[in-house]
Design a protein around this ligand. Structure first.
Ligand code: 16G
Ligand code: ZN
Length: 546
């Protein structure tokens, strides 16, 4: 009763916006920041309930709209493992976000708590970690989320201030494992595992690692700028990083003509990069630093770039891991799964399969890829847009621990120990909760130094097949229903057959359509042997979708 009256009372201060239906979507709620007060307040309540439900485990609440424009904001929940909120709570998130008044809100909460056996009588404690990116609207939204959390008796909120999305996920996971979980601990883990990779680089005569030169990073004028700066200081010069578009007082606007999303979608260099950067290894983070891509500037190319996307990052990681596993040879073989979506360039899939690796496809959205990757001892997933990570099972980590501690002093034993240590470092540098641009950068840089490779050498692992993406406005995108990891249209009937006959006209033709999860459009993706053919295929399929 006391709980009920607190909820009723507080929620009157957070009326929902009129005439907008909000949906948790693939990446939490996102909208113009001005209408999100009530949503974050309510999701604050949800986060506290989630903590109660999981026996008082720490839950994360991140206020960010990632690569969206600066006037937008959003909110995402991190589960105790540091992964995304369990999917079976999404309908509850939708329904409370859209409850029209305090009475119906409190009724939904009470019913849900009863159904899920959540103790809301104040007898149990709950903890929620709050974080936000650099958007100006973040401060007051954190305040609203905090009010929501504190409405649940026994729940406390801990404000971590401005952090990257993956940093908050890492902190949630670390706390629940009873580890030290401050930002300094996060930087320490990343920098020491990077250092470990560097220390284990085989000596190669004649190769000069300094030739690899500096890395220049576009930080999208977002939270990644300051954080990468701090991390770089911990690297003691083992990596030369120049930071651009760092946000703060440097002038540029968050995500405007900058950032990983812009670079990957437009295939153009971000602001602040130009002809003087030709020949230099460049990378781009997105607004909350959970995605990254690499690129190089094309000489006299009118801002065009060679894009090194998530698929090629994945391929580099897979190759390195495969090499280390080969050194471990006879030891117990871990299961390795590579997880991609239908957007992965066909050339990357071929490359990975030719390496002898198992490639699995899931629908678009990190929660699907992550869930699949968890099924393996080593699960590597990336979306072409640069979101991904590498997951190690506890079993495999234990196995590595064993090999690391073996005492054999034969050459072979020594090499195995080194390989185990490298893999161990990979598992520590890579965020086990979500994709993390800072982790990813360090692993790419570590591997390039290990291989003694230039960025061009890496880019030449395979040539991307020409591809085209289009979006089509339709009356009702939910009329398109897909199956087989979005590669095949189930409804409306006949559409897939029509697409197939168009694909049949092109060498190496591939094409699929799917309703977007974030925009009111149907997306078309095509590949073919030449750019002209890929364009033609996409256009002709777009025509029949309309
Ligand atoms: C969301 C997803 C991203 C996916 C994109 C597809 C997360 C954290 N983010 O941003 O992984 O690539 O949606 O958008 O899951 P679309 O459905 O509009 O094509
Ligand atoms: Zn992001």
């Amino acid at each position: 009763e006391k709980q009920r009256s607190i909820l009723l009372q507080s929620s009157t201060h957070f009326p929902p916006p009129k005439g907008t239906k909000l949906s948790y979507g693939t990446a939490g709620f996102r909208a113009d920041a001005s209408i999100l007060q009530s949503t974050v307040f309510r999701i604050g309540i949800l986060a506290a309930l989630r903590s109660l439900k999981t026996g008082g485990a720490v839950i994360g609440l991140m206020i960010t709209a990632s690569h969206n424009k600066v006037s937008d904001n959003g909110i995402k929940v991190a589960d105790p493992s540091g992964g995304m909120l369990t999917q079976d709570w999404e309908p509850f998130a939708d329904s409370i976000a859209n409850a029209p008044d305090p009475e119906s809100l409190v009724q939904l909460i009470t019913e849900f708590a009863k159904k899920e056996n959540i103790p809301i009588d104040g007898s149990k404690a709950a903890v929620v970690l709050l974080g936000r990116d650099t958007r100006p609207s973040g401060e007051s939204l954190v305040e609203a989320a905090n009010k929501g959390i504190c409405c649940v008796i026994g729940a406390v909120a801990i404000n971590m201030g401005i952090v990257t999305t993956p940093e908050l996920h890492w902190m949630v996971r670390a706390r629940n494992k009873g580890m030290k979980a401050s930002e300094a601990d996060y930087f320490h883990q990343l920098s020491t595992s990077f250092r470990c990779l560097i220390d284990l680089i085989p000596e190669k005569s004649g190769e000069d690692n300094d030739a690899i030169g500096k890395l220049v990073v576009d930080c999208s004028n977002g939270v990644g700028g300051e954080k990468l700066q701090d991390l770089t200081q911990k690297l003691n010069g083992f990596l030369q990083i120049e930071i651009r578009n760092s946000g703060g007082n440097s002038g540029g606007i968050l995500n405007e003509g900058v950032g990983a999303d812009f670079v990957q979608k437009e295939k153009l260099s971000p602001q602040g990069f130009g002809p003087s950067d030709v020949g230099i290894r460049c990378a781009s983070l997105d607004g909350d630093a959970d995605r990254f891509v690499y690129f190089t500037i094309i000489l006299n190319g009118n801002n065009k770039i060679n894009l090194i996307d998530g698929d090629k990052i994945l391929s580099l990681f897979a190759l390195f891991i495969k090499q280390q596993l080969t050194i471990l040879e006879d030891s117990k073989k871990p299961s390795v799964g590579i997880v991609q979506t239908a957007y992965a360039n066909g050339a990357s899939t071929k490359y990975l399969k030719d390496l002898g690796l198992k490639v699995i496809f899931t629908p678009t959205g990190v929660k699907y890829l992550h869930g699949k990757a968890e099924e393996y001892d080593i699960g590597i997933y990336f979306e072409a847009n640069g979101h991904g990570t590498i997951l190690f099972s506890d079993l495999f980590l234990n196995c590595l621990e064993g090999i690391k501690n073996e005492s054999s002093s034969t050459e072979n034993g020594l090499e195995k120990r080194k390989a185990a240590k490298r893999l161990w470092a990979v598992g520590n540098v890579m965020n086990q909760g979500v994709g993390d641009a800072l982790s990813g950068l360090l692993l790419v840089e570590g591997i390039l130094q290990h291989m003694g490779w230039s960025v061009d050498k890496w880019n030449q692992l395979y040539d991307d097949l020409p591809s085209r993406q289009l979006k089509v406005k339709v009356a009702d995108r939910s009329a398109v229903i897909t199956t087989n990891a979005e590669t095949c249209v189930e409804k409306p009937p006949g559409l897939q057959e029509a697409i197939n006959s168009l694909i049949g006209k092109y060498r190496q033709g591939r094409c699929f359509v799917r309703p977007s999860g974030t925009e009111d459009v149907v997306r078309v993706y095509s590949e073919a042997e030449t750019q002209e053919e890929a364009d033609e295929l996409a256009n002709s399929v777009a025509n029949i979708v309309q």
